[in-house]
Design a protein around this ligand. Structure first.
Ligand code: KIV
Ligand code: ZN
Length: 513
């Protein structure tokens, strides 16, 4: 089997789904993870959809060196021009244009006849080709399209310069047999198919996205479109980690080294994406769920002790989950700590290492054994803490009073430069009360909570509270992160960080006017 390219659309199809929006810094962090994973193509966004998307696509295009960077575009001149403007500085830019080809979509969404869709495909593929050698054409809702018409559209796209042809299962409707046959039929019937790469893009509405993608590969597709953790519209897209590990685990079917993915980066990429969107993997999620490598039943444990392969078809190490008995604690020196971080795959600058080590030492005073998950949380937290908005509000001190028979009260003292501000408030619980006290000091613009999540970083009652907050205001998302053995403190810090970002953005808008 020829090499299969991995096209990641976490930053486009993944990010456009509810609850998964990311800000520019977060998108760049994800792009870095994707580069470390060695995906072939990063779909960085849909450049025309908003100024924020345009900015993130163009920033990623300039940042990423070792992957193709694509922007999505509808088959219109305006979209294509904008997509090109955004990706043109990339080392290897791609324009990804799409138009729907199913009767339903053509009639009710596009309000175009099949002949008009054919003409538009020809004209817009040719238009994109004037800018860029690397053109991907997608026939949206391909799996519900008439096969004869689909073949005509694909032929026109190839004749006008498409180099990759993608046949999406936009609504997650198809089955593996159908997908395999769709790809092989189009390849067999369309003249010029041998000059382009075919691609699959599957949604998971019936839980078959990974199976359908792999079936597409068996039908002749050379590219799989997928997302980290299977994020995406509705039930999501093909999950990168599942598709890649299926091919890696079954070389007898898919061949040796079919993708160029560095699978040891999978766990880290998955955790980064989950933590950015304020979620965590379902316990039984294949490859990255916490139970994916646990053997609880006696029979299984017995088998695994005798020979791991009895119940384990892939190892945690293969996806970058370190199985280490080494726990760090208050007697671990800076050297041992730095070595440990390196073994975990982190390369920090001297300054970053100093910051993280300081937080680690502070944590050692509160918690005896520090696990890798604690350390990861500290690294993420110290990076976000270092990105505090200049001149924002900081926590000075807080006090909460809560019982199960009175209304909770919180008092909060904030610092801004040399000034101090105090407020007290009642609330539906101490966190609500603390947030109301903060609101009365900060007076933020109206916002809603898109995410408010408190996770524990490890087992045990001395775990840290890892708090993620995402606020929605003015059509944007502002995130905050707090980490402490005290969940009230972690929540207050996370909320303040998100509010400081919101305030700074409002100020920048005012001064730009
Ligand atoms: O699901 C889909 O059809 C898409 C296309 C725009 C590629 O995301
Ligand atoms: Zn899609």
């Amino acid at each position: 089997m020829s090499r299969i390219k991995i096209f990641d659309t976490t930053l486009r199809d993944g990010e456009q789904s509810p609850g998964c929006s990311m800000n520019l810094k977060e998108k760049i962090e994800v792009a870095r993870c994707l580069e470390r994973l060695r995906v072939d193509v990063i779909e960085a966004g849909f450049a025309i959809s908003s100024p924020g998307d345009f900015e993130s696509v163009s920033t990623i295009a300039r940042t990423v060196k070792d992957c193709t960077v694509a922007s999505l575009a509808r088959a219109t001149v305006k979209d294509i021009d904008c997509a090109w403007e955004a990706v043109k500085m990339a080392a290897d830019p791609r324009i990804h244009l799409f138009i729907a080809t199913s009767p339903l979509h053509m009639e009710y969404k596009l309000r175009m006849t099949p002949e008009q869709v054919l003409e538009r495909t020809a004209a817009m593929t040719a238009h994109a080709k004037k800018y860029c050698a690397n053109i991907e054409f997608s026939a949206e809702d391909a799996t519900r399209s008439d096969i004869d018409f689909l073949c005509r559209v694909v032929e026109v796209a190839i004749r006008n310069g498409a180099t990759v042809v993608n046949l999406p299962d936009t609504v997650g409707y198809t089955t593996p047999d159908e997908m395999r046959s769709l790809i092989s039929t189009v390849i067999a019937r369309v003249p010029g198919s041998d000059r382009v790469e075919f691609s699959v893009h599957c949604h998971n509405d019936l839980g078959m996205a990974v199976a359908n993608s792999l079936a597409g590969v068996m039908g002749g597709a050379q590219q799989i479109e997928c997302t980290i953790n299977g994020l995406g519209e509705r039930a999501g897209n093909t999950s990168l980690e599942e598709a890649v590990m299926a091919m890696r685990t079954r070389p007898d079917i898919y061949g040796e080294d079919t993708t160029r993915i560095d699978t040891t980066q999978i766990a880290r990429a998955s955790r980064t994406v989950y933590s950015i969107i304020g979620q965590s993997a379902p316990l039984n999620k294949p490859i990255v769920g916490r139970n994916a490598f646990l053997h609880e039943s006696g029979i299984h444990q017995h088998g695994v002790l005798a020979n791991k392969r009895t119940y384990e078809i892939l190892t945690p190490e293969a996806v970058g989950i370190r199985v280490s008995n080494l726990v760090l604690g208050k007697h671990s020196g800076r050297h041992a700590f730095a070595d440990h971080l390196q073994a975990m795959g982190y390369e920090l600058t001297e300054e970053e290492l100093n910051r993280v080590f300081e937080e680690f030492k502070a944590l050692c005073d509160k918690k005896k054994d520090i696990s890798d998950r604690d350390i990861e949380a500290i690294i993420t937290h110290s990076t976000t803490a270092a990105e505090q908005e200049e001149g924002g509000y900081q926590l000075d001190w807080f006090a909460v009073q809560t019982t199960n028979f009175t209304t909770a009260t919180s008092t909060v003292s904030l610092k801004k430069g040399e000034e101090k501000f105090q407020a007290v408030s009642l609330g539906d619980g101490p966190i609500d009360a603390a947030f109301q006290a903060i609101d009365s000091i900060v007076a933020p613009v109206p916002h809603t909570f898109e995410v408010f999540r408190i996770d524990s970083t490890s087992e045990g009652k001395d775990t840290m509270g890892d708090v993620r907050i995402k606020l929605q205001a003015e059509g944007r998302t502002f995130s905050g992160h707090g980490l402490s053995t005290d969940i009230f403190e972690a929540s207050i810090v996370a909320y303040l960080q998100a509010l400081n970002r919101l305030n700074a953005w409002v100020e920048r808008q005012k001064s730009a006017q």
